[in-house]
Design a binder for this molecule. Structure first.
Ligand SMILES: *Cc1c(COP(=O)(O)O)cnc(C)c1O
Length: 494
């Protein structure tokens, strides 16, 4: 009789229960008190390294209870909290608590959502999640898609599908170096940096990007877009795709999508929408019109870890005709036995994107869509926008602040000291210094945007914990810090 194996990595159910209960209690306390903590501890990398110590890879194991208690202490006391009500930086949302529980459940069962046979219910839940996301943003539920790690991956996944669909068919075998002519892609100057990574990654090179200027409202200038396409066609280039941005990362402007879609139709180009930040706002009746034209998109990138408040990571690619994903990503190696059913075709997600083994990201999105419901999301997103509008109004009324832009849930503004003549370059430097002081201070976390050469403070509300009170307090904090930084800088110069 052989003895049962004792594995040092296994955990007895009693121990798991005790540690799990303790961890959940600690997390509940953390969430309860998050608004009383500094947003960031503002510690330097070397201070943090010092805390971790520099011991080599541990030779022997340690008890899990000790390790988890140390890890919770590190996380709760040395992190930046994007779940704090005054965290309004970049486009990182507060995380829905149900998402944390979902990730624990997903990790515990650990389905590999690359193949149906390895993840039977998880695959079906991901498919349903994708269908609901289509309804959420108002496109046909016949779109297909896949969950990925974030907006960049969602855009990459669509980009390669567009290349497969619109470049000469030989490219898939011959590679881009044998393309008969230069392949080109079109997007406005406000497009997120993913586009540069995409053209490098997929072999087109950065010179393939046609940066289309923006009009006075910061949307892509569609007349300039059409001119650029015509010029390229005359020069024997091969235009592939146009990227419309639905909520640009700096100021939240949504391009004229129906205009872009008409141009794509005329020239038979792929129409991609980068809606990583903004497209969930299509659920609000008041803002839906901004997204007119979305139903014509060949592909859409969105980011549940932004305005759907999923914990990191969750992005999503939606494709009007999902066959394009299969054409791009599907292969059937002999070592996979994934097509066994006689009468039903099972969907294997490894054939729909770049990943092979895949975690169960869909669960947290699927659960929060049900916990909150369509109307709940409409309310949350509308309120985020209203809070950003309130901030804009408060800024506008304040003599030391200058309101610059307000779109979706992004407001940009500047601190302008009273009774001083200050040139724009100094004003830019002053606002940069103020931003640094604010970010280090831990009371409010804003980021920056450059709007028409002006360095602005930028608040982006994708935070269900932010309230009107926070907006009033932010005005007080920014003006207090603004005065202080300005005073210090003028003393240095004197
Ligand atoms: C955030 C964002 C991205 C990148 O998404 P990640 O989730 O950070 O990878 C791309 N495009 C836009 C418009 C975004 O707002």
């Amino acid at each position: 009789m052989s003895k049962p194996r004792t594995s040092s990595i296994e955990m007895a159910s009693e121990e798991f229960r005790t540690l799990g209960h303790q961890l959940i209690d600690d997390i509940a306390d953390f969430i309860d008190t998050i608004n009383q903590r500094p947003i960031t501890p503002n510690e330097s990398p070397s201070q943090l390294q010092h805390r971790l110590g520099n011991s080599p890879l541990p030779e022997l194991g340690k008890p899990a209870t000790e390790l988890l208690s140390k890890a919770t202490d590190l996380m709760f006391n040395h992190s930046l909290f994007n779940g704090h009500p005054k965290f309004l930086g970049y486009i990182t949302s507060s995380a829905a608590p149900i998402g944390a529980l979902a990730d624990l459940l997903a990790a515990s069962v650990n389905p590999n959502v690359g193949a149906h046979i390895l993840s039977p219910i998880a695959t079906e839940i991901e498919k349903q999640t994708i269908k609901w996301l289509c309804e959420f943003i108002g496109v046909s539920p016949d779109y297909g898609g896949i969950l990925v790690s974030g907006g960049n991956m969602a855009n990459f996944t669509a980009f390669l599908a567009a290349r497969t669909a619109k470049a000469p068919k030989s490219i898939k075998e011959e590679g881009i170096q044998n393309a008969p002519n230069q392949l080109t892609v079109y997007c406005s100057k406000t497009t997120h940096t993913w586009i540069e990574k995409a053209v490098i990654l997929f072999g087109l090179g950065t010179k393939s990007i046609r940066w289309i200027p923006t009009d006075a409202s910061n949307k892509m200038d569609n007349t300039a877009l059409e001119t650029a396409i015509k010029t390229d066609l005359e020069n024997k280039c091969i235009p592939l795709m146009v990227i419309g941005t639905a909520g640009d990362v700096s100021t939240g402007v949504v391009d004229n999508l129906s205009g872009i879609s008409a141009i794509c139709k005329t020239y038979d180009l792929w129409f991609h929408i980068d809606g990583a930040y903004g497209v969930p706002a299509a659920i609000c009746p008041k803002h839906k019109h901004l997204f007119d034209g979305i139903k014509a998109a060949d592909s859409i990138a969105l980011d549940p870890h932004k305005w759907l408040y999923a914990p990191l990571e969750a992005g999503c690619t939606l494709i009007k005709n999902p066959q394009h994903l299969l054409d791009t990503y599907s292969s059937h190696p002999e070592y996979y036995n994934f097509s066994t059913s006689e009468n039903e075709v099972a969907q294997n997600f490894y054939e729909y994107g770049l990943q092979n083994s895949r975690g169960f990201r869909a669960l947290k999105v699927w659960l929060s869509l049900q916990q909150v419901g369509r109307s709940g999301y409409e309310k949350l997103i509308s309120e985020d926008i209203e809070l950003a509008e309130l901030l804009f109004e408060l800024v506008h009324k304040h003599p030391e602040l200058e309101a610059v832009s307000q779109n979706l849930s992004i407001t940009t503004f500047r601190y302008v000291p009273l009774n001083t003549s200050i040139n724009n370059a100094s004003l830019n430097e002053l606002n940069q210094a103020i931003l640094n002081a604010l970010q280090a201070g831990g009371e409010v976390f804003l980021s920056n945007a450059i709007v028409k050469e002006n360095y602005c403070l930028r608040a982006c509300v994708v935070n269900f914990r932010t309230s009107e009170k926070d907006m009033h307090e932010i005005i007080e904090i920014v003006t207090r810090v603004g005065r202080k930084v300005h005073l210090k800088r003028s003393q240095i110069k004197d």
